[in-house]
Structure formats: structure tokens, C-alpha cells
Write a protein that binds this ligand. Structure first.
Ligand code: SF4
Length: 700
């Protein structure tokens, strides 16, 4: 007998139009950066989607697909659903998902003003309901003519036809997040004085015309849904009351099979993909109101999103009728088997999303394909998906030294492949720097990762030895067949900045009142009231520590060598929420500057562009956020003393979390010495039907 929850509501089937979905768990459309310039579906897409269908998800919505030549994205990596050549490839993707019991819907979009005129090899004019400037890319978009609107609706219907021919279970019209149709639905951006602007009835006219054209094309039996923003999340923007009334009007047409509710526009980008700083279930209250309004208009389901991470709460939402399906997208990027693990009572095996936005969003923002910090196979399923984990050819005894994320991941994968594994950690707990990261404000979900890995390590039978520091003689005497050193790193306190590479050490950095961020987080009581924090990191490491100290009543002045405060947060979408917190809490800061010297309680700053001395700041303690140096002494002293020896993670070179966990996975797969370990450009984006064999399915 098990007393774990059964999730009977979340895991119950749902009928949408003529389609029955096996459960109420869905993956919303999300850009993945998988399309290699030609806009056509490829194996990378197919493996990604099939992995999640195999893992038990009910409904998958593809990433947004362009429907019209004037629709451009920020880059060249989105699908172009209006290209007829995509049908053959989409057919393979639909089969791959449906063969595993999942359902898949194609999301159709016109990016409107949120595209980039130069994203493709020619230049395309951006279209909008009224002439406006995009908050995303600072480009102007022109007011559309009626003929152009008709053309867009026609292309939506053409793309819907291609989608139906390819075998999708339905299409979803993207009417949210600031794209073309949502801008028509916004009184902030739609300033038209014709029959498409000025009143609720008018602003829904174009979206309804597009819906009608699509419905006319696909017929009454093909699923057609809409995705709507419940809130623009901007000052004086559209809020839930208005969104509910607009949605009522669209649902009342009888053309819609489901409504997928979300929030945000490009002026509030983070609200579309909230980082862990947001409260959980933040859209649920308005969503329940929208659910009720829809129920009053038609008997169709509504889906909800919004930082929903707890399956029990998701189950309750369905049970109480607040939503009919729950989107947990990043949850399933992090763990494609999430649904099956809930179904099978294997919750202790779930790899939780830590809401970092580091590998899924930030990679996309710089033009790379998405992956996941906790799941390095994400986006690389063809190479590293579940079907690729093979038992060890010769089971052996491995010693892994260091229980940080890289060491834990290596130990787990080695064990999963049948090796005997001993993991030793010098400290009293596993997790390494993750335990410190989880102490930063609103970063507690970072604690999921060491907890998940430790639970799985123990369940898998890895011998974990805490408070154990081995020297080279002890390692050699241990007699393991293979040794992996993952001893991490130590914080740099030299004051080095890459903007002054000739200065290895800033005078005064050896004073007792100069601390690293690590020392502050480990022993905050030792920090004086006045703090000056030097940021050579540009990310959450520095700004989060500043807020941590502000919360404890310190007076904090952050000196940044960057030309904006913590610029890296723009990529992980946690910049607005963190700016709001630190500004409200009184952070002082100086940008474009660095420290010339520290003398007692005084730091002399200088401007990085003029090289002239600027302010002098006084503080009780100076704190450095300037990265780490590899802690590899043990590795060096083991050279030639053990037959198989690897150094991984920060001990090799301090790097972002996703890099070291990926490396831990490679170590666990014994691929570090494999000449084929590198994924060559374009390798994952081929299109060759391989999935049929490797995923254990037959084309129908
Ligand atoms: Fe979640 Fe981070 Fe993975 Fe994105 S990269 S899915 S936020 S754990």
C-alpha cells in the first residue's frame, strides 16, 4: 500500500472538442530554438516532443509557428508553419507523440510588432493594429490595412490546413503575449478609429475574423483553441476584468474548442515566463473567474498557467473546477517523465525545475537552443534521451570525490549504469554552492536540486560518506577502478576585473574586512552595518547578496564594473522583479566603476572609461563578487597514481551550473575521453526518421 497522493483529478482524461486527452497535464507552446534557419521541423523537435509524450504528458502545444511572411521572430529559429514542406516533417512529429499516447496541437502566430524587421535575410515591415514601437526590440511597426488583415487571416487558415494535413490534433491561435492579435485586443496599443478599434466589440473583430477563417478551413470536427492574456501586467494596461469580457465575446461565437489563459506582453516579458521570484499560482485567482465566465458562454475547457509547481495544488485546481487542464511546462522540461512518475507513485524520482531560467530561457535569449540546468538531456534527447542510457560494459567501482552538483550527477549516472559508486564529501551535507545559492532571497527552489539528487543517490544505492576528506595517499589506497575529482572551487578575493587584466590584485584586498560573497552567506553575523559590494559577476550572485544584506538591515552600496546594474538578469527574466525589490529596500549603486584600492574603511573608486578617480566610499566590510578559482590540488597530486582519473565541474574550471551538471552527466556516461563526445553543429537538426527505431515506435 502506498499513501502517496493519487492525483485522480489531474490524471483523469479530458475531452476537448472531438479529442480525448489522457490527463490534465500540458506543456504550453515555448520557443526552443531548434529550427535551423529553414523553419522546418527536424529530429531535434521530434525527439524533444516524443520524450515528453513517452513520459506521460497529456497535451503538447508546439512552439509558436509563423503563419505569414511578414511574421518574423527575434531570430531565425522558429518554425514556419505556412511552408508546405513542413507537412511531411510535422507528420513525423505528430506520429512520434501520438504513438506514445500524447496529443499535439500546432500553435499559430503572427508576431506582429514583436518581430525583427531584419531577422531573415531580407527586410520585412512589421505590422501592428496601429503604428507603434515594440517594447522588445525598439522597432516601429506600421498600422495594418484591412487588406493586410484579411491576408493574415487567410494565412492562418492556410497554416491550419497544413497542420490538419500533417496530423495534428488541433491548432491554437496565439492571441496573447503582445503578438499581433493580442495587440488588437489591447486598448493600449490598438488606437484604430475604424470598426477594429474603440470598443470591446470592435477590438475582438479581427481575432474573430481569423478564427472564422480557420474554422471554415478545418471544419467543425477539428480542435481549435485560443491562447489569451488575462493581464497585460503593465501600468494602466489591460487587466482581468476586461480580458474576461473579451474572451466571453470570442467564446460566444461557438468557434472555440478551448481557451488557454496566460498573462504578460512584451512590455512585461518576465510575466510570460516568471522566474522563481514570483509567487506560486499567481494567475489562479483570475483564472478561476475566467473559467466561470467561459462556462457561462459555452461548454468548453480552460487551461491555466502561472508558476504552478506543486502537483497536489494542480490536482486541487482541477478538482475545484478552477481550470480543466494545468500547464506545467518547465516542470516537464526538467523532467519529461513527470506525469508517469506521478501516476506510478515515483515522486521521489522527480527532478524538479528550480525556476532559474538559465538554460531554457537565457540560452534562447542569446540565440542558442534551449536545454535545462537540472536535465542536461533537454533539447539533446536524440543524443542523451532516456533511451540512450546504456548499462556499463564492465561494471566497476568508482570513487567520486566532492558532493557538489557535478560530483552528484556523475555518481548518480554511474550508478544508474550499474557501477558500484562511493561518493565522498568533505562537508556535512551534499550540494556544494547550491546550498548557498538557495539562501539568496526568493532562491529557495535552488534547494530542490541537491535534495532531488541526494534522494536519488540514496535510492540508487550510492555509498555516500559525508565529513570525509581524503588526501592523495588515501585515494590511491582506496583501490577504486576509476576516480572522479569534483572538489569545486574557492571564491576569488583579489579584486581582479577583466576590464583591467593587467592588475592581478587590487591593493588592500588582503585586509580582514574584505569578504567574499560565500563568506557573507556562510556567516552573515560577522558583517558590519555598512557594506560596499564590488560586482564583477553581473548576475544574481552579487545582486542577491546585496538584497540578502539589505534584508538584514545593512546599508549596501553596490559598485559594478558593468554599464547597467546586474545586466545578466535580463537574460533570465528576473531583472524587473529584483530591481523592484532592491530599489524598494534602498540599494545604492554606482555603475561603470571599479575599486582602485582599499585602505582601512575607505575604498577609492575610479571610472572605467575615463580611468579617473571618482568617489571614495566608506564601509565596515567590503564584499567581492568576482567568481571563483578551481580547487584542484587533490587532482594534481593524484596524477599518475590512479589508472583512471578525471577532474570535472568547478575543480576543472568554475563555470555556470548547467555546464558542470552536463559535465557530470558525461562523466557518468564515461564519455569524457570519447572522441565523439562533441555534438557537431547541425547534428541534432537532421531529419531522417531515426526516431522510429530509437524510441521504440513504428510509423503508422
Ligand atoms: Fe527549470 Fe531552470 Fe530547467 Fe529552465 S533551466 S526548465 S527554469 S530548471
Amino acid at each position: 500500500m502506498t499513501d502517496s497522493p493519487t492525483y485522480s483529478h489531474l490524471l483523469s482524461p479530458l475531452k476537448i472538442g472531438n479529442v480525448t486527452v489522457r490527463n490534465r497535464l500540458m506543456q504550453t507552446a515555448h520557443a526552443k530554438g531548434f529550427h535551423a534557419g529553414n523553419g522546418l521541423t527536424n529530429d531535434r523537435d521530434i525527439y524533444y516532443q516524443a520524450e515528453r509524450a513517452k513520459g506521460g504528458i497529456g497535451l503538447i502545444v508546439t512552439g509558436a509557428r509563423h503563419t505569414h511572411p511578414h511574421s518574423t521572430g527575434p531570430g531565425r529559429t522558429l518554425a514556419r508553419g505556412n511552408r508546405e514542406e513542413i507537412i511531411e516533417r510535422d507528420r513525423e512529429m505528430c506520429r512520434a507523440v501520438q504513438a506514445h499516447g500524447g496529443r499535439i496541437v500546432a500553435q499559430l502566430i503572427h508576431f506582429g510588432p514583436q518581430g525583427r524587421s531584419g531577422a531573415l535575410d531580407d527586410y520585412r515591415v512589421l505590422w501592428a493594429p496601429s503604428t507603434m514601437k515594440s517594447p522588445a526590440y525598439n522597432e516601429w511597426a506600421k498600422e495594418m490595412t484591412k487588406a493586410e488583415m484579411d491576408e493574415v487571416s487567410e494565412h492562418f487558415s492556410l497554416t491550419a490546413r497544413y497542420s490538419k494535413e500533417a496530423g495534428f490534433d488541433g491548432v491554437e491561435l496565439h492571441y496573447s503575449h503582445g503578438y499581433l492579435h493580442q495587440q488588437f485586443l489591447s486598448f493600449v496599443y490598438n488606437k484604430r478609429t475604424d470598426e477594429y478599434g474603440g470598443s470591446l466589440e470592435n477590438i475582438v473583430r479581427f481575432p474573430i475574423e481569423t478564427l472564422q477563417r480557420v474554422r471554415d478551413e478545418v471544419g467543425p470536427d477539428f480542435m481549435v483553441g485560443i491562447r489569451v492574456s488575462m493581464d497585460e501586467c503593465t501600468v494602466d494596461g489591460m487587466h482581468a476584468d476586461q480580458a474576461i469580457e473579451m474572451t466571453r465575446l470570442m467564446v460566444r461565437t461557438g468557434l472555440v474548442d478551448y481557451v488557454s489563459a496566460t498573462a504578460g506582453t512584451y512590455a512585461a516579458h518576465a510575466d510570460q515566463i516568471p522566474p522563481g521570484d514570483y509567487p506560486e499560482n499567481w494567475l489562479v485567482k483570475d483564472g478561476a473567474r475566467m473559467r466561470q465566465a467561459i462556462r457561462e458562454e459555452a461548454d468548453i475547457p480552460m487551461f491555466i498557467v502561472g508558476h504552478i509547481v506543486d502537483p497536489k495544488e494542480a490536482d486541487d485546481l482541477v478538482a475545484h473546477g478552477a481550470a480543466d487542464m494545468v500547464a506545467m511546462t518547465r516542470t516537464q522540461i526538467a523532467d519529461p517523465e513527470f506525469a508517469n512518475k506521478l501516476r506510478d507513485g515515483r515522486e521521489d524520482e522527480i527532478n524538479h525545475c528550480i525556476r532559474c531560467n538559465q538554460a531554457c530561457i537565457a540560452r534562447l535569449m542569446v540565440g542558442n537552443a534551449i536545454s535545462c540546468v537540472v536535465n542536461p538531456a533537454a533539447g539533446r534527447e536524440r543524443r542523451f534521451g532516456a533511451h540512450t542510457l546504456t548499462p556499463a560494459a564492465s561494471p566497476a567501482h568508482w570513487l567520486v570525490i566532492g558532493g557538489g552538483p557535478a560530483g552528484m550527477k556523475a555518481a548518480l549516472v554511474l550508478r544508474q549504469r550499474g557501477h558500484r559508486v562511493t561518493l565522498v564529501e568533505a562537508g556535512e551535507r551534499l550540494g556544494g554552492q547550491l546550498n548557498l545559492a538557495a539562501r539568496l532571497p526568493r532562491r529557495e527552489k535552488f534547494g530542490f536540486l541537491p535534495r532531488d539528487l541526494e534522494r536519488q543517490l540514496r535510492k540508487a544505492g550510492v555509498d555516500i560518506q559525508l565529513n570525509t576528506r581524503l588526501d592523495a595517499d588515501q585515494v590511491a589506497a582506496f583501490g577504486a577502478d576509476g576516480v572522479i575529482v569534483a572538489t569545486g572551487s574557492r571564491p576569488l578575493k583579489t579584486g581582479f576585473t577583466s576590464t583591467r587584466p593587467a592588475v592581478d590584485r587590487v591593493p588592500g584586498m588582503d585586509q580582514d574586512n574584505v569578504l567574499s560573497v560565500v563568506e557573507v552567506l556562510e556567516n552573515p553575523d560577522a558583517v558590519g552595518r555598512r557594506v560596499v559590494l564590488f560586482d564583477e559577476d553581473g548576475g544574481r550572485y552579487a545582486l542577491g547578496t546585496a538584497e540578502f544584506l539589505l534584508d538584514r538591515g545593512h546599508q549596501v552600496h553596490l559598485v559594478s564594473r558593468f554599464n547597467a546594474l546586474s545586466p545578466n538578469l535580463a537574460l533570465t527574466l528576473d531583472l524587473p522583479v529584483n530591481y523592484r525589490h532592491v530599489f524598494e529596500k534602498g540599494l545604492e549603486y554606482t555603475i561603470n566603476s571599479w575599486v582602485r584600492s582599499v585602505d582601512g574603511q575607505r575604498a577609492q573608486l575610479f571610472n572605467l572609461f575615463t580611468d579617473r578617480d571618482s568617489q571614495t566610499l566608506e564601509a565596515d566590510h567590503f564584499v567581492i563578487a568576482a567568481g571563483h578559482a578551481a580547487e584542484n590540488t587533490l587532482y594534481q597530486s593524484l596524477q599518475g597514481r590512479v589508472s583512471t582519473l578525471h577532474c570535472i565541474g568547478d575543480a576543472l574550471l568554475p563555470r555556470p551550473l548547467q555546464d558542470v551538471i552536463y559535465e557530470g552527466m558525461l562523466a557518468g556516461r564515461e564519455m569524457l575521453d570519447d572522441p565523439d563526445r562533441f555534438i557537431e553543429q547541425g547534428e541534432l537538426e537532421s531529419f531522417d526518421h531515426d526516431w522510429r527505431e530509437t524510441l521504440g515506435t513504428q510509423a503508422q
